[in-house]
Design a protein around this ligand. Structure first.
Ligand code: PML
Length: 251
């Protein structure tokens, strides 16, 4: 039984054009008979994002030849915070617990501002704070691909564990679980570029998926996705894992 990777990206003006703005993206890993449904879902997503209506979108599918790895979702903990300051302080403390020194975290926050419009993740050396992915993909950030969590299994997890969580959590937890699986990942810091969504997380193998409800103000379109990386690992292989290794989440 072959799996197919179905991907979508949508933006204001074509991605290579000046002033292009990323609107949304999406990943599915499905069986042949499910491709039509996946394309439909991704098309819907591309047309209904609160970052705006796209004037460019691309949806593509391709067969996946590599064997699919099945992994468990990270354990989820939700911290309800009352302000962005409180949320950000907690995120920084969690990153330090994962082994990222405070000066590196500060450096990373400067990069977040600088690269706020990237659609992919930026990789930062957890020891030096240096960006590691600059020479890949014209510095546009790394897009983690080829992962999914099959609906029935997610719904079961949601019923029994998470109680009515949204698709956003499903997608983010799927990505975070794939990313943290790799031994080069020290921690991930993420919050949404959706102006209507303020929840983000710090994820790591050791402490799981730590959600924080206020990592930015409502109305803010500046998102963040940083992987703090152990650079003694082979970075090219790591990026290859993020982009091409197929992973399914199963609870
Ligand atoms: C995104 O918009 O893709 C990132 C969402 C991160 C938080 C999801 C959640 O845990 O609710």
């Amino acid at each position: 039984l072959s799996y197919y990777s179905v991907r979508m990206r949508a933006s204001k003006s074509k991605p290579h054009e000046e002033g292009g703005k990323h609107i949304s993206g999406g990943e599915q890993l499905v069986l042949f008979d499910e491709i039509r449904g996946a394309v439909d879902k991704l098309l819907h997503k591309s047309l209904t994002h609160s970052r705006g209506t796209p004037d460019f979108a691309q949806i593509q599918f391709e067969v996946v030849d590599e064997p699919v790895q099945v992994i468990s979702p990270l354990q989820v903990t939700t911290h309800t915070t009352n302000s962005v300051d409180e949320g950000q302080l907690l995120a920084q403390n969690l990153l330090m617990k994962c082994g990222v020194p405070f000066p590196i975290i500060q450096k990373a926050y400067l990069l977040v501002e600088e690269y706020a419009e990237l659609s992919g993740a930026i990789l930062i050396d957890s020891k030096t704070g240096q960006r590691l992915d600059e020479s890949y993909h014209n510095g546009k950030g790394i897009r983690v691909s080829r992962m999914d969590w099959r609906d029935e299994n997610f719904k079961k997890w949601n019923r029994e564990i998470a109680a009515n969580q949204n698709n956003r959590l499903k997608e983010a937890l799927t990505l975070a679980s794939k990313v943290s699986m790799h031994q080069a990942t020290v921690a991930e810091l993420c919050w949404s570029d959706d102006p209507d969504y303020t929840t983000g997380y710090v994820a790591s193998k050791k402490f799981g998926y730590q959600r924080i409800t206020t990592l930015k103000q409502y109305g803010n379109e500046q998102g963040c996705r940083i992987f703090f990386v152990d650079s003694s690992e082979d970075v090219t292989k790591y990026i290859d894992y993020l982009k091409t290794n197929p992973v399914l989440i199963q609870w």
